[in-house]
Design a protein around this ligand. Structure first.
Ligand code: NDP
Length: 289
């Protein structure tokens, strides 16, 4: 019988771990603020356990803000020999490779398995998993990922999952900046942004940002905090590092990272990623509504 643990019950982890008891008899959860773990147990039939016990599971999921957080946590514990650690953090590819070889010495396998689909995808178990690591280990962990996701892809060796995630989020950031510039320009020319959005979403300029982010977060001025702007800034930073390590020239990626970083530096605390458009609004004195 496979025991599963989930470490890190944040905006994503809390919702992801909720699906595991439907597929596994024993599901342990741990969170730094332990009250959240207890609440999860009450709500979903998981078991709130100490960190030292959580790492005795056969499959151990983690979803923390950064690779640094995962490294620091793993340094504190002794993981069960033979376990598979599946890290759903949007992390750093190099950190995945380092952790994977370090854990292998203790007979623990590591998969970098970041997810896409936002909190709604976590809630509906429709996430996309992009997974790096050994193919056989991936196959062993697949059923548990299927409990939380819809598209689960093995994308390459250790670090490849984190790389795909960083590039994905960079593309989203490019679309976000471009949409902010385009819609500011349209408003400056007296165009109704809602009508313009309807047209663009039936045209070649559409993207996930125009289809979802602008109508559901920006034009309605909701900016609900589900994916924090500092986390997007972290991801664009990882993408820029990947470009640099490959000694490539990627001007749009470089510029977008600077814009997202500047938006993050000037944003109010607890800003959603969509609030990056407010930087453009402050420059232009035009509100996107
Ligand atoms: P949150 O900030 O909502 O949650 C972070 C979680 O990590 C909390 O459970 C927090 O515990 C815990 N944590 C933070 N620092 C530490 C630490 N040093 N040691 C132990 N636990 C720690 O983040 P999200 O759930 O939004 O994001 C998690 C990861 O998923 C990130 O890498 C993000 O980029 C990625 N992601 C997020 C998406 C989203 O839409 N939100 C979508 C796809 C990926 P505590 O409760 O005690 O603070």
């Amino acid at each position: 019988m496979t025991t599963v643990a989930f470490i890190g019950l944040g905006a994503m982890g809390y919702r992801m771990a909720a699906h595991l008891p439907k597929h596994f008899e024993t599901v342990w959860v741990w969170n730094r603020n332990f009250e959240k773990a207890k609440q999860h147990a009450t709500e979903y039939g998981t078991q709130a356990v100490e960190l030292s016990q959580a790492v005795q599971a056969d499959l151990i999921f983690s979803c923390l803000p950064t690779s640094q957080d995962v490294d620091a946590l793993i340094d504190q514990v002794q993981i069960k020999s033979g376990a598979i650690w599946i890290d759903c953090t949007s992390g750093v590819p190099e950190a995945a490779r380092a952790l994977s070889s370090k854990l292998q010495q203790h007979n623990v396998q590591f998969l970098d398995a970041p997810v896409s689909g936002q909190t709604i995808g976590a809630e509906n178990a429709t996430l996309t998993f992009m997974v790096g690591g050994d193919a056989d280990v991936f196959a062993q962990a697949l059923p548990a990922m299927q409990a939380m996701g819809k598209l689960i892809k093995h994308v390459g060796e250790s670090g490849a999952g984190f790389a795909v995630k960083a590039v994905n989020n960079m593309l989203m950031a490019v679309h976000l900046c471009a949409a902010a510039e385009g819609f500011t320009t349209l408003k400056a020319h007296g165009v109704n942004l809602h009508e313009a959005l309807d047209c663009i979403n039936e045209s070649s300029g559409k993207s996930g940002v125009t289809e979802n982010v602008l109508p559901q977060r920006v034009l309605n001025r909701a900016f609900p905090l589900t994916f924090a702007l500092p986390l997007l800034a972290k991801d664009t930073g990882i993408a820029v590092d990947l470009v640099r390590e490959a000694k490539l020239s990627a001007p749009i990626i470089g510029l977008t990272q600077s814009l997202i970083q500047a938006a993050n530096d000037t944003a109010a605390p607890d800003s959603d990623f969509s609030a990056a458009v407010k930087m453009y609004e402050s420059w232009s004195k035009i509100t996107l509504e």
